[in-house]
Design a protein around this ligand. Structure first.
Ligand SMILES: [Zn+2]
Length: 419
């Protein structure tokens, strides 16, 4: 969607439905905001406002409202299913230290029914745990993180889907787009950054409706990993100042006549940005997004080599203050979500109940094997008690999938849309 030629082609051919998966990524206050998603509302408009189907498994009420507002979706057309997954048991393991966590992980990987996923917060931890498994003779385990080549990642995903691997030890880069119904466990080796991220990751368990097991390892120090990651995710004040200076310095004096009138088209490569400010692509993406919002640039296009944008004359102090304020707000929201996650692990009652409460839902019935507080029937999840299951493979059918997603709804030519 970065390519104007693709958009022109879509406009020419016509689009009858825009389906947006992981729609929560459009929320700036959400746990997984992607700047590219914010281009979607104007894209939909430019396509003549076809019906929009926006789907997500992790939207609080406020995020759902934000999505509906951005796509002009009538709230009557919002369909909410319960986030309660009664076939998943929510366990927590209070670890005394790192060595204790490793011992527990090895024991659970040996005991638990597979396949399963172990989530870590850092690539380094993924590599270390894969090595540990290899040393301890646990086979059919592979790592997965964003530092691997696309080919490596595709291969590992395919092997996992084809049951050639039992366990994937991964960062949160793993999972989106993986359609595997028989995942039996998800272990969080580190604290997830938000309840939404946790729910999304454990939601990959047991889509075949058979019992599944989620276990979150709790160690106080893990919260500092997120503090470090957050710091790298957003620019410092110095980086912000350097970025704005770079934008201004890229405009040549000879262009000043054009500049004074209506701005000037500029280009900055990834290398130039990195050499001048020393920041990675993710941070740059945020900087351009907020610079655009603050009026310093417009029409930002991200290409393979870098950015093309329209520089706009602006008051540097005003832009700096606006961008600082916005970045602060987003950071604060991120810390608040981490705080919610920390509160959840300290729940005094049923963990399922407080998880549902976070999404504005009330728990009606507790399953027999519910959570750490209510009790878990651990034998259900052991390899030694694995029942014989008949594979329920069937061809994926769009019509059936849509009927499951949108039950009891008459077809609406005018444009049904849901969350
Ligand atoms: Zn419970």
């Amino acid at each position: 969607m970065q390519q104007p030629s693709i958009i022109r082609l879509l406009q020419k051919r016509g689009v009858s439905l825009v389906a947006i998966d992981e729609a929560h990524c459009i929320s700036q206050w959400g746990h997984d905001f992607r700047t590219d998603y914010l281009k979607l509302p104007s894209l939909v408009k430019s396509l003549g406002q076809p019906p929009v189907l926006a789907v997500t498994a992790t939207a609080t009420h406020s995020v759902a409202q934000e999505i509906a507002h951005l796509f002009d979706i009538d709230l009557d057309n919002q369909i909410r299913h319960s986030v309660n997954r009664s076939n998943i048991a929510y366990d927590l393991y209070q670890a005394s230290d790192e060595a204790d966590k490793k011992t527990q992980l090895l024991a659970q990987l040996r005991e638990c029914q597979k396949p399963g996923i172990v989530y870590c917060s850092t690539r380094q931890a993924v590599d270390q745990l894969v090595l540990l498994c290899q040393r301890e003779g646990i086979q059919r385990v592979s790592g997965f993180h964003g530092g691997m080549t696309p080919m490596e990642r595709i291969l590992i995903q395919e092997q996992f889907i084809a049951n050639q691997l039992d366990v994937i030890i991964a960062t949160n880069a793993f999972g989106m787009g993986i359609d595997k119904s028989d995942i039996r466990f998800v272990i969080h080796y580190h604290l997830p950054a938000s309840i939404e991220a946790y729910t999304q990751e454990v939601g990959r368990i047991g889509r075949d409706q058979h019992p599944g097991y989620a276990c979150l390892y709790v160690q106080e120090e893990d919260v500092h990993i997120h503090h470090r990651l957050f710091q790298n995710e957003y620019p410092t004040d110095e980086e912000l100042v350097a970025f704005l200076e770079l934008l201004r310095n890229s405009v040549h004096a000879s262009d000043s006549v054009v500049l004074a009138r209506e701005g000037y088209e500029q280009k900055l490569t990834h290398e130039e940005l990195f050499a001048a400010i020393g920041i990675g692509e993710n941070v740059t993406r945020f900087l351009f997004y907020y610079a655009q919002e603050a009026g310093a640039v417009r029409s930002v296009q991200l290409g393979k080599s870098g950015y093309t944008y329209w520089f706009q004359p602006h008051d540097p102090q005003v832009v700096l203050a606006t961008m600082k304020q916005r970045i602060q707000l987003v950071k604060r929201s991120k810390y608040a979500k981490l705080g919610n996650m920390q509160e959840w692990i300290q729940s005094s009652g049923c963990y399922r109940e407080s998880l549902l409460a976070y999404f504005g839902e009330r728990l009606i019935n507790n399953p027999e094997s519910c959570c750490r507080a209510c009790g878990i029937n651990r034998t259900l999840y052991l390899e030694s008690t694995k029942p014989e299951r008949v594979a329920q493979e069937s061809a994926w059918n769009l019509q059936e999938a849509l009927e499951r997603l949108l039950p009891h709804r008459p077809s609406n030519e005018g444009g049904t849309a849901s969350l």
